[in-house]
Every structure is written in C-alpha cells, then in structure tokens.
Design a protein around this ligand. Structure first.
Ligand SMILES: [Zn+2]
Length: 192
C-alpha cells in the first residue's frame, strides 16, 4: 500500500500561524490543517496509508521543517504533499499554484495529476501555471521539497490575502471539495 504524507503548512497558533487575512484574521495554518485532515481521510478511504506531519492547531515541533521531512523519510513515504495558502500584498492576487523542486523530478507527474483534478473541480479558480519547463508546476527549492526523499509537491490552494478567496478557504464545503480534488490527484498518480 502506498504511503502518503500530508503536511499541513506552518506550526499554527502563536508558533507560526502562516499568512493571515488582514480583515478577517483567518490564519493559514488553520486552513492548511483542516484541508490536510480531509485529504488524509479521503486517501485512507481509498486504501492508502497516510500520516500527517501535524495534527494539532499548534504543534511546536513542526516549526522545524526538518521534522516534517523526517516524518516522511523515516517512514519511507512514497509521496509528500504540503498544503499552504498563498499571500500577496496586492489583495487582487488570486489563484492556485503547485510547486516542485527545480528540474525534471518524480514529483512533476504528481503536480500534473493534482492540478488536473483541481482545475476540473473548480472551473472558476485561476490556475497559475508555469509552462516554461514543459509542465504546469512552478519550481522552487523549498526546504520540505528538497529534503524529503519521496517525490514532494507543495500546493498553494488559493490566496488568503484575497477577500473572495479567503472566504472560500474558510468555507468547510470548499475545503472538502479541495481535499477531494487533491486526494483524487494523488490516487490518479498512484494508479498510473
Ligand atoms: Zn504557507
């Protein structure tokens, strides 16, 4: 059975709330955790073994990015998916992004599978893609992508700094649909 690690970005609470909406106070770490738990649930239902790197609203050890990589590396995970909300100073910035490390890697196909499912589920959601290297993912050597042995992707679900998208990110129905789309992307990749 495939071993999936889902990583709710940021440690939560006072340790590291991540990005926050300046008007509503919505905290990225809480959204990341809520959606991650749902992704884990759907992958479990699909027959995957799943671990979350964080299960509490504030979990101080997860302030160490290496801790998150270690969860996956010591377990021998087959894939690693980190969930985040994007943020920008311009409140009009919006959309979905997915990152892998630079170059062609085993994660590129995971990114494509997840993007396809998210795009099909949310026709209104702008998919901010980077085709310069031949596929949809953007590339950054983020720590959790670089130091996780398994193929790893980092999802920026939407912009918490955008008023409309912040409302979606706070909506349990939207969270559930996003989680299902990500889980379907993972199972698409596993079945290929
Ligand atoms: Zn983040």
């Amino acid at each position: 059975m495939a071993k999936s690690v889902i990583d709710p970005g940021h440690a939560g609470g006072r340790t590291d709330p991540g990005a926050c909406n300046p008007i509503t106070g919505l905290q990225e770490a809480d959204v990341n955790l809520a959606v991650s738990k749902l992704v884990a649930h759907y992958l479990d239902t699909a027959g995957c073994l799943v671990r979350l790197t964080r299960t509490e609203k504030e979990q101080q050890e997860t302030d160490s990015l290496q801790y998150r990589c270690d969860v996956a590396n010591y377990w021998g995970a087959d894939l690693f998916v980190s969930l985040h909300c994007n943020s920008a100073t311009n409140p009009a910035a919006k959309g979905f992004e997915i990152y892998t490390t630079k170059g062609n890697t085993g994660a590129d196909r995971i990114a494509t599978c997840i993007t396809n499912q998210v795009a099909a589920t949310f026709p209104e959601l702008q998919i901010r893609v980077d085709w310069s290297d031949g596929d949809v993912d953007k590339e950054e050597n983020f720590y959790v992508l670089r130091y996780t042995n398994a193929p790893a992707v980092l999802v920026e679900m939407a912009f918490i700094s955008n008023p409309e998208e912040a409302a979606l990110l706070a909506d349990p129905t939207w969270q559930d649909e996003m989680a299902r789309a990500i889980a379907r992307g993972v199972t698409d990749w596993l079945s290929k």
